[in-house]
Write a protein that binds this ligand. Structure first.
Ligand SMILES: O=C(O)CCC(=O)C(=O)O
Length: 256
């Protein structure tokens, strides 16, 4: 379970990066499964290109160095959802019980975001709130809590997650003060342009860390200009209720 300090950080900053929920063995198996799925060899960078052909459930963007798999049901990847992971997720979900969530207690698959090194200058993408174009009311919200699991330690400018701490409070306050102006999530499109969010932080997780974040936390992906790929997992389901979180084919983003 999270400590009082971790809970306070989640409340104040809109996110918490949690270590120790997944054993090294589980992470090592997941990482090996990722390399196998990609058809690449970790120790041979010449095997990292060309990217695989796009197919159902596999998209690539060479300029961004991004390979995404949707709906992978590989047991070694799903094993990252450990009992400790669910415990912490439940603890945080209870902070916003009224928000949208899947009725199933477990996901069916993973969505992987593998970010490979590119030779352009480092940058991050447009900050966004998840579901910013989906039909959700700002309150009680588009999900109770969501997560990203990292299969290796983050390095500077290594394609990691970028977040704007406190942005969830700025957006909540705006919605409370001007409910007519900020009523649905799409009213928060392009939050960087609309709000004074300050400078973002590039997260540097340790191997096996899980990022839990609030539905109004502004965040983005970034380019990887390091010399190793970044592997991260999100979670998916196929249930009818969660079609509002449709992502690829039959797969929805699983929102616990
Ligand atoms: O890949 C990342 O670290 C960020 C992903 C992201 O922005 C998202 O899934 O909404």
């Amino acid at each position: 379970m999270l400590t009082q300090e971790q809970l306070a950080q989640y409340r104040l900053d809109g996110y918490v990066l949690v270590s120790g929920l997944i054993s090294e063995e589980t992470i090592a198996n997941a990482e090996a499964a990722m390399w196998f799925t990609l058809g690449m060899n970790r120790d041979d960078p010449t095997s990292w290109s060309p990217f695989p052909e796009e197919t159902d459930g596999l998209t690539t963007n060479v300029n961004l160095g991004l390979i995404e798999h949707f709906g992978l049901q590989t047991p070694a990847l799903l094993a990252c959802c450990t009992p400790a992971f669910y415990e912490v997720q439940d603890q945080l979900a209870q902070k916003n019980p009224g928000a949208f969530h899947c009725q199933n207690p477990q996901p069916e698959a993973v969505w992987t975001r593998s970010v490979f090194p590119v030779s352009s200058d480092w940058n991050y993408f447009n900050g966004h709130v998840d579901g910013g174009y989906r039909p959700f009311n700002v309150f009680p919200g588009s999900f109770r809590v969501s997560s990203l699991t990292y299969l290796d330690s983050g390095v500077t400018q290594g394609g990691g997650t970028v977040i704007w701490p406190w942005s969830h409070r700025k957006l909540s306050q705006a919605a409370m003060q001007s409910p007519d102006r900020y009523n649905i999530l799409s009213d928060f499109k392009n939050p960087q342009q609309r709000f004074d969010l300050g400078e973002p932080i590039e997260l540097r997780p340790s191997r096996g860390d899980v990022l839990f974040f609030h539905y109004l936390l502004v965040h983005s992906g970034s380019l990887n200009t390091s010399n190793k790929p970044r592997f991260a997992l999100r979670l998916m389901c196929t249930c009818a209720t969660c079609r509002i979180w449709e992502k690829n084919g039959k797969w929805n983003i699983w929102m616990p």
